[in-house]
Ligand binder design. Structure first.
Ligand code: BGC
Length: 786
């Protein structure tokens, strides 16, 4: 990388650095190839004073137009042709770009910034690297299902290594929106419904993306999104409004953003929705009082795509001028995609409507994040020099298949396994059917960054390799994902490079007949059904959770053959699995398992890996039952299983409770859980007690499980949830092995937001619940003393 520095207008940059009298380490760093900067990273505990001095001096030299230019985030391909973009960058009118994903594409843009712009301020390069970059890992919902924070962190680390090797400095991830409504297509992008689990994932992701410092050449700056509450859009309809009580906000929806920020995320993306009548993008309370004020966030805030312009459509701004004023006033540092800041801010400042101090605040954050990324030391830190560019960006050697396969195996959740249908014995014939059995695009999941479908392993490929001559696979598609042409057209209009839902033109019954024929000649049927990836995506809300099209009819016809039926699900949200639960001999939730998905699923089907994933969301029985989240508030008239339902809170036509509870998932072995032992039945203030259980692997195979600890506050000043996840441990036990698992409970774990939004623990009784899912739990009670 040192070679690159020499071609970047080094003299001007160095002159600027020298005049700013920076520390020797900073001045020395650009010449040291791949060196770790000593003083970068305001959020990382580096020298904040050196950073402040550098930025203050730089800002003194900036004109108003140059400052406003820094606030502009350009969408490559969508906003303007490249020649014009280069001129805009050279004119100092761009702070960063997103959507270009190779060093060769990014280099001329950085050249324009550091060789041609007056102050030679580097730009940064961002992208939506959500669950992998060249290698797709399982979608975030799948990663959460691993309940393994090392896996979450490692997947983000690998993503950062791959993305930074493509010249990227920043990712618009992690997405940590709590989602309790599976109709919302972006459920797939987040880590599920639970504040604690999602917060843990948020932390692990930020740690993975940023590594030990965002200044590292192999790190990317994490941008936590979508702040805030985007997952609570009414009715699960994307972009809809959010109306929420402060208690629910603080208790359930805000903690994951906070966790990501506390883990050091360099950025926050502002949500598209309004919150209690005020769009997030113009929400001073949200961005100034809460984010910067109460939480002390230091980093950059970016709008979502075109969100400042949308303030007009929300009806809170009459025109672009007012929209720009509202957004900058609220605390949106960078405007993504729209050019309202560029167009409107100069006049707004000149007229005095926007104080220049507001602009300065925003510019300081943009420059600050660039400083933390190490770009002032070396603008080519991640782009490198042309002679080192990979000859083939998609080269096999750039992928991290082993890591992806490991993560994918850990993300799979076994929901049913009657008569130990799984694992399958090798030998004999497997009929593999279903529209997702050989779907290289879908298995990547949405937001698959730079991953290529031709490099993904489908289930068909994975099973063939797993059998390797010891048995055969007969494949029949059996159904399209949907039979509705309108849906096909809609999905193909989403922002993919090319139409990706390709229909088999045969009539549904003919395809089913062919699959049934294949099943009849086989020993076992594996049916891969679910949703195409575009169905679980941005702007893909559904009114039904049914398997679309003729897929259920396909399963029913396969069942009628009398052959053992293994259903493999690929989907990005909970689906209505009533039929499959009652009829499939085995049911495996695989989400979208990524580049190595086919290998990972085959590993589980043939028993080379013992599944241990647990659901990070509750699966409802029907759409009408939504929301079904497990940690709902207590009620005056709750439904109690086994008691008469009349005048209790339930739906009289349907059984109550989820079809599959949060935290649920089977293994090929069995585990037994002892009762809970408490080290004491009272906890003094500032004290702690220990809850322990013994878990035994009572089966004949080694396996892993997740021991989950829930708490219930028996009486408090506000209504509290029936239970809340507070801790968990994933443990591996050999066949026959027992282990004691200990959880430390201190006052902090008992805290909640009261009606004044103070975070407090109130004295009284608490029930500890420990289980291998959220429903089948052991319980013990203790008292927090006054
Ligand atoms: C999405 C964001 C994403 C952005 C840039 C928007 O449509 O809501 O999550 O980061 O586009 O691609």
């Amino acid at each position: 990388m040192s070679g690159a520095v020499t071609v970047t207008g080094e003299t001007d940059l160095m002159r600027l650095l020298s005049t700013l009298a920076l520390s020797a380490s900073l001045l020395g760093a650009p010449a040291l190839a791949g060196a770790e900067p000593a003083a970068a990273g305001g959020n990382q505990g580096g020298s904040a004073a050196a950073k402040d001095a550098f930025i203050a001096s730089l800002m003194q030299r900036m004109t108003l137009d140059e400052k406003i230019g820094q606030l502009r985030l350009i969408s490559i391909g969508a906003d303007m042709p490249q020649p014009r973009l280069i001129e805009e960058i050279a004119a100092g009118r761009v702070g960063g770009t997103f959507n270009s994903v190779t060093r060769a594409d990014n280099r001329p843009l950085q050249d324009a910034a550091v060789q041609r712009s007056r102050l030679k301020i580097p730009i940064f390069f961002a992208y939506d690297v959500v669950h992998g970059h060249r290698t797709a890992f399982p979608i975030s919902l799948g990663l959460a299902a691993s309940w393994d924070m090392d896996v979450v962190e490692r997947s983000a680390r690998v993503s950062a290594i791959e993305a930074s090797a493509d010249g990227l400095d920043m990712t618009f991830a992690p997405m940590v929106d709590i989602s309790r409504d599976p109709r919302w297509g972006r459920t797939s992008e987040g880590f599920g419904e639970d504040p604690y689990l999602v917060s843990q994932c948020a932390r692990a992701s930020v740690r993975g993306f940023q590594g030990s410092s965002p200044a590292r050449a192999d790190s990317v700056t994490a941008v936590v999104k979508h702040f805030a509450l985007y997952g609570a859009v009414e009715g699960g309809r994307d972009y809809n409004t959010v109306d929420m009580s402060p208690l629910r906000m603080f208790q359930d929806y805000l903690p994951p953003y906070r966790a990501g920020i506390d883990a050091g995320a360099g950025g926050v993306m502002i949500a598209l929705n309004s919150i209690n009548g005020v769009p997030a993008t113009s929400n001073r309370w949200l961005l100034r009082d809460l984010l910067r004020g109460q939480w002390g966030f230091h980093g950059v805030t970016v709008s979502d795509h075109g969100a400042i312009e949308e303030l007009m459509r929300h009806g809170v701004a009459r025109d672009g001028r007012e929209a720009a004023r509202l957004a900058i006033d609220a605390g949106v540092d960078m405007s993504m995609h729209d050019s309202l800041y560029l167009k409107e801010l100069p006049a707004l400042v000149r007229s005095g409507e926007v104080p220049v101090a507001r602009i300065d605040e925003a510019v300081r954050e943009v420059l600050g994040v660039k400083y933390d990324m190490g770009l002032f030391q070396d603008p080519y830190r991640r782009i490198g020099s042309a002679r080192d560019d990979p000859p083939d960006v998609d080269a096999e050697g750039r992928l991290h298949r082993a890591e992806a396969r490991d993560a994918a195996r850990r993300s799979l959740v076994l929901l049913e396994n009657r008569q130990r249908t799984l694992p399958l014995a090798r030998g004999g014939t497997v009929a593999l059917v279903g529209p997702l059995a050989d779907a290289p695009i879908d298995i990547l999941g949405s937001w698959s960054a730079a991953a290529k479908a031709r490099q993904s392993v489908t289930l068909l490929q994975g099973m063939r390799e797993a059998l390797a001559g010891r048995g055969s696979v007969v494949y029949a598609r059996g159904a399209n994902v949907t039979d509705d042409e309108r849906v096909v057209n809609y999905l193909n209009f989403l922002n993919w490079d090319k139409p990706e839902v390709v229909q088999d033109k045969r009539p549904p019954q003919q395809m089913i007949d062919e699959a049934v024929e294949a099943a009849r000649g086989a020993d076992v049927v594996v049916a891969a059904v679910g949703e195409s990836r575009g169905m679980s995506h941005e702007a893909s809300s559904r009114t039904s959770l049914a398997l679309p099209g003729s897929q259920l009819a396909l399963l029913q016809a396969l069942k009628a053959t009398g052959k053992p039926l293994v259903v493999v699900l690929m989907n990005g949200r909970p689906l209505d699995l009533n039929w499959a639960k009652g009829n499939a001999d085995a049911l495996l939730e695989t989400w979208y398992a990524g580049t190595e998905g086919g290998h990972a699923i085959a590993d589980v089907l043939f028993g080379d890996y013992n599944p241990a994933g647990k659901l990070p969301v509750s699966f409802p029985r029907s759409v009408g039952q939504i929301p079904t989240y497990y940690n709902h508030l207590r009620l005056g008239r709750p439904f109690t299983p086994g008691k008469p339902p009349n005048y209790t809170s339930q739906y009289f036509e349907e059984e109550s409770g989820p079809l599959y509870p949060f935290g649920y998932g089977l293994s090929y072995t069995d585990f037994a859980l002892s009762g809970i032992t408490l080290s004491a039945t009272t906890m003094p203030r500032q004290g702690s007690i220990e809850a322990s259980v013994t878990v035994k692997n009572t089966g004949t195979r080694d396996g892993e499980t997740v021991v989950q600890l829930y708490l219930r506050d028996e009486a408090a000043s506000v209504v509290r949830p029936v239970k809340e996840l507070k801790d968990f441990r994933k443990i591996a036990l050999k066949a026959g092995e027992s282990r004691q698992v200990r959880f430390m409970l201190d006052e902090d774990r008992l805290k909640f937001f009261n009606d004044r939004l103070d975070y407090v623990a109130e004295p009284g009784e608490f029930t500890v619940q420990v289980g291998l899912d959220s429903q089948a739990v052991r319980a013990r009670t203790f008292t927090l003393l006054r």
